[in-house]
Write a protein that binds this ligand. Sequence first.
Ligand code: CA
Length: 220
Amino acid sequence: MKVLVVEDDPAVAEPLVEGLRRHGLDVDHVAYAAQAVTAAREADVVLLDLGLPDDDGLNVLRSVRATCEVPIIIVTARGDETDRVVGLELGADDYVVKPFSVRELSARIRAVSRRRRVEASLDAGRVHIDKSRRQADFDGVSLDLTAKEFDLLAVLAEEPGRVVPRQELLSRVWDPVWHGSGKTLDVHVSSLRRKLPDPAAIETVRGVGYRLADEVGSGR
Ligand code: CA
């Protein structure tokens, strides 16, 4: 597992990097916000110091979150609770306050990474969704989906049998504030259906929304 340490203070970074390596982790280190976003794409977990010299760590968090799902643990010296709350709201998975023990940190790294792996995949009977690879399988056969088709199927597979209202699909797959006609939703559902070995897997509930058929979701 590769851990990215984003920390500008060598007095913190050096023992931290060394300590995590002793705990069997593969560690990369950057000291600037500017390097962090790119480096995060290669990492399995990011440890992010909030007080960086070139930018606020919270901005780094925002940028990383906008591009990938890597688990992020905020490392902060700030006693300010607001930072931690904002950090978690922006999508950080956990936080530690300096000073901390490497052993504790290493346990948390493994915990967030485990949690993410579970969340990143979803089994809904005949449908399997792997969010980290953005790959969907049906009866074990991988589907060649566009980004929107994948997102649609992933939302429907969360709870097979539940009718997902049109508005919820539009806001979760397209835009939180959707003002369009919603025709785009129907077009994408049709193209998604055409790619499924069993087009009846997605049921229309007229005027309400769509659902993944119960028989499909339960694997019967
Ligand atoms: Ca710092």
